[in-house]
Design a protein around this ligand. Structure first.
Ligand SMILES: C[S@@+](CC[C@H](N)C(=O)[O-])C[C@H]1O[C@@H](n2cnc3c(N)ncnc32)[C@H](O)[C@@H]1O
Length: 261
């Protein structure tokens, strides 16, 4: 299994970063999860639960007769999810054994970080009940280049470095683009897919996440040879400027089902 790019981030800083991810995305994710018609009593899995906002929402939604399982290699931010309907499993996706079958699985921004994404998808397929639902949401960082007018600007150079960092790690910066096809290959039936362009002003939650990620990953970005610390500085200050609009990435969300037969 490959390393996760934020493994070395400090506990407090990573919590802040994950909470920004949640602020930027939760409303969209919750609307997608509601589309499955979920009900009290359902058994749900949050794959890569992070700071836990969606896991907590799932728990509230399924109630005490249901089950809300959170799985992550880092469960430091899920310490409050100890009683019914919650269960937390700490470990890597492919190594943890889950003695459950699920009505619903949700995973956001997790597959792009894993070279063994197809094995993870096959495992998720096997964990779903027949007719069960899953919602996967993944980014495409190459979308950011659509808005670049000057390929030599700091913004453009950092965007290129982000993509190259994923390539250097054996990962796909445009992961979202292959998500529907990979889900079908794993056996899922695609019900609906949507893509959102994150065209945002500076200081918005999404701009802050990407700016904060650039600060944490500065060395990896500069190591690609495509940007300098000065470019990162400029990129981060634009991400904090409410008058500056930028395209950070796009997110593709796919609602799928496991066929009954
Ligand atoms: C970018 S964060 C997203 C967190 C959360 N899904 C969200 O969108 O708010 C990715 C999360 O997946 C976890 N993760 C990534 N790959 C993993 C793996 N192979 N096994 C266990 N956890 C993994 C990381 O620890 C991290 O908490």
């Amino acid at each position: 299994m490959n390393d996760y790019i934020f493994d070395e981030n400090s506990k407090e800083r990573e919590l802040r970063r994950l909470q920004l991810v949640e602020r930027a995305n939760d409303l969209t994710s919750i609307a997608l999860l509601e589309e499955t018609g979920m009900e009290p009593g359902w058994h749900c899995l949050e794959l890569g639960a992070g700071a836990g906002s969606i896991l907590r929402w799932l728990g509230q939604r399924v109630g005490s007769s249901g089950l809300a399982v959170g799985m992550d290699k880092n469960t430091a931010y899920l310490q409050d999810c100890t009683s019914t309907p919650f269960k937390i499993y700490k470990g890597t996706f492919l190594n943890v054994t889950l003695p459950h079958a699920f009505d619903l699985i949700h995973g956001r921004y997790v597959l792009i970080h894993n070279q063994s994404d197809m094995d993870i998808l096959h495992k998720m397929f096997s964990l779903l009940k027949p007719g069960g639902w899953a919602v996967f949401e993944e980014p495409d960082f190459t979308s950011a280049t659509l808005m670049e007018q000057d390929a030599k600007s700091s913004q453009a150079r950092v965007n290129q470095a982000i993509c190259q960092m994923f390539v250097n790690a054996g990962l796909d910066p445009a992961y979202a683009l292959s998500l529907p096809r990979k889900l079908e290959q794993a056996g899922f039936h695609v019900e609906r897919a949507q893509s959102i362009m994150h065209l945002c002003p500076g200081n918005s939650p999404m701009a802050k996440v990407i700016g904060e990620s650039a600060l944490v990953l500065e060395q990896q970005y500069c190591h690609t040879g495509l940007c300098s610390p000065k470019d990162i500085q400029q990129y981060v200050s634009l991400s904090q400027d409410p008058t500056h609009w930028a395209l950070y990435h796009s997110t593709t969300s796919v609602i799928v089902r496991k066929p009954f037969t």
